[in-house]
Write a protein that binds this ligand. Structure first.
Ligand SMILES: *Cc1c(COP(=O)(O)O)cnc(C)c1O
Length: 384
């Protein structure tokens, strides 16, 4: 072996080349999409092609999964028809009543589902997972089986120390599950920091073009939970379709470039508007003023992500006016796509949300950074 073959390739290379997926029969550089729902049985009643039925397995989906596993440094990855399908299937696959410790601040849709987890026989304690003492206090010895964190988490970008949480979880005999949607494998690899399972809404940065809904789980190694999840996914049929899997692989080819650029733009925006008189605060883990900055420096490698939030001195009314006033930014929910999005989170989360009414969530896209900055500043001035 020469040096070139011994030196491991970087994730950006695998992603760019879709892990070498192509078509051996035609030598096509780009892999085909396997749309077949079913497969031919051999005369001897076997399935020598290795595939039986679309709900259980699909070659295109498996290519996307192999790529995701490689990016996360995982043993295996599974895709789902949404991020919510991925996360909820994980909890539905728990095979005994489990106490769960979860981040208090997280993606609201999943938090709402977790709040009702007792209907499945489980219980949950929400804590500020950036406070390690609070996390330790929440443990119920013998009952706590799973820690679920999101970092940085929606919409305050609260940072949780994955390595510290993994120590706490493992010494309690529990698993650590990390929603790494916002950080992406480009900046953080939770498994290398001790996480057992990583969750992604692949709708967001992984696909990156706001044109599919998809989810993924990646596992550090085999476990009975992982086997249960695999079986349950085949039973529920909440798999990712082959066309979506193909689009996801295509999106991932540019993941590295996209998220680094988006993080650069988000950091520039955060810096430039940090002392704007219309704002009471700018929330971005890359700012020294952010409570999670120190931990983010340690566990986010190369950037602090493309998400930031701003809080208006003028309250909820001013926030809604800013969202109404922008022209380049698009008013829509979701995040991580090439188009920059602005959103008044309290409006979509509804009554009872812990999200402050004066908050706007910004997802930096790939437009010219100055166009984004000037558009935002103009809307801020107009709304004051
Ligand atoms: C969007 C999102 C989800 C849910 O994913 P869907 O693909 O919309 O089902 C989960 N976690 C985070 C952090 C998200 O941003």
């Amino acid at each position: 072996m020469d040096d070139q073959t011994r030196r491991p390739l970087k994730a950006r290379t695998w992603a760019c080349q879709a892990l070498g997926a192509g078509d051996p029969s035609t030598h096509a550089l780009v892999p085909p999409i396997h749309m077949s729902a079913t497969y031919l049985r051999d005369a001897d009643n076997g399935y020598s092609g290795g595939y039986v039925y679309g709900r259980a397995d699909n070659a295109t989906v498996q290519q996307a999964e192999a790529l995701l596993a490689a990016l996360e440094g995982a043993d295996e990855a599974m895709t789902f028809c949404s991020g919510m399908a991925a996360a909820t299937t994980l909890f539905l696959a728990l095979d005994r009543p489990t106490h769960i410790v979860a981040s208090e601040i997280m993606y609201w849709g999943f938090r709402a589902w977790l709040r009702e987890i007792n209907r499945y026989g489980h219980s949950v304690t929400f804590v500020d997972t950036s406070d390690l003492q609070a996390v330790t206090r929440a443990i119920r010895p013998g009952e706590t089986g799973l820690f679920f964190i999101e970092t940085p988490s929606n919409p305050l970008w609260t940072v949780t120390d994955i390595a510290a949480l993994s120590e706490i979880a493992h010494s309690a005999g529990a698993l650590l599950c990390v929603d790494s949607t916002v950080s992406t494998p480009v900046f953080t690899q939770p498994i290398a920091l001790g996480a057992d399972i990583v969750v992604h809404s692949a709708t967001k940065y992984l696909n990156g073009h706001s044109d599919i809904v998809a989810g993924a789980l990646a596992a550090a190694g085999p476990s009975s939970l992982w086997t249960n999840i695999q079986r349950l996914r085949t039973q529920l049929g909440n798999t990712l379709g082959p066309f979506e899997a193909w689009l996801l692989m295509r999106g991932i080819r540019t993941l590295d470039l996209r998220v680094r650029e988006q993080a650069k733009t988000a950091a520039m925006l955060a810096r430039c508007i940090d002392s704007h008189p219309a704002l009471s605060s700018v929330l971005y883990p890359g700012l020294k003023s952010h409570p999670g900055h120190e931990v983010a420096l340690r566990q986010m490698n190369g950037g602090f992500g493309g998400m930031l939030s701003i809080r208006m001195k003028g309250g909820s009314g001013a926030a809604v006016r800013v969202a109404a006033g922008v022209k380049v930014w698009k008013r829509a929910t979701s995040l991580g796509g090439v188009e920059s999005l602005i959103e008044h989170r309290a409006s979509i989360e509804g009554p009872g949300t812990p999200c402050p009414g004066d908050l706007l969530r910004l997802s930096a896209g790939l437009e010219d950074p100055d166009d984004l900055l000037f558009d935002l500043i103009r809307a801020l001035e107009a709304a004051c």
